[in-house]
Write a protein that binds this ligand. Structure first.
Ligand code: RTP
Ligand code: MG
Length: 130
């Protein structure tokens, strides 16, 4: 998921170009405006963390680009490609290093496990996996 500040900055195309150049195949793509309740559901795993409220406000502040991407070992490969949560700690060349502004406004989200990827695909593209 490409996060709101990137849509606002018109950098979606640059990021999608890098996603494709790094061997990921786009299987689904949609521009989505999350309501705060949607963001709360999507990030429910973080509901007890101090940054949860800010995170949900931020993630519903403008449209995001949701994508289903395919590659061998996609979850791990994508997390390597996007870099560490905090852009300041992300490796050179990663998406978060190039485009992230802060630990919160870090440009992009990647599923953290195959199981969560399935849940997140169902969240954005209900019925796609049936
Ligand atoms: P994501 O879920 O978005 O792919 O990011 P992640 O696994 O690398 O990081 P996670 O721990 O799941 O955190 C989710 C998102 O919450 C924001 N965050 N803010 N202020 C803070 O300390 C803080 N920590 C995390 C970031 O937008 C992060 O991507
Ligand atoms: Mg996460």
């Amino acid at each position: 998921m490409i996060k709101p500040e990137i849509v606002e900055a018109k950098q979606v195309g640059e990021i999608i170009t890098q996603i494709e150049q790094n061997g990921f195949t786009i299987r689904a793509l949609e521009l989505v405006q999350l309501e705060i309740e949607d963001a709360e559901e999507f990030y429910a795993v973080h509901q007890d963390r101090p940054f949860y409220k800010d995170l949900c406000t931020y993630m519903s502040s403008g449209p995001v680009v949701a994508m289903v991407l395919e590659k061998d070992n996609a979850v791990a490969e994508f997390r390597k490609f996007i870099g560490a949560t905090n852009p300041a700690e992300a490796n050179e060349g990663t998406i978060r290093k190039q485009f992230g502004k802060s630990i919160e406004e870090n440009a992009i989200h990647g599923s953290d496990a195959d199981e969560t990827a399935l849940e997140e695909i169902e969240f954005f593209f209900p019925g796609m996996l049936e």
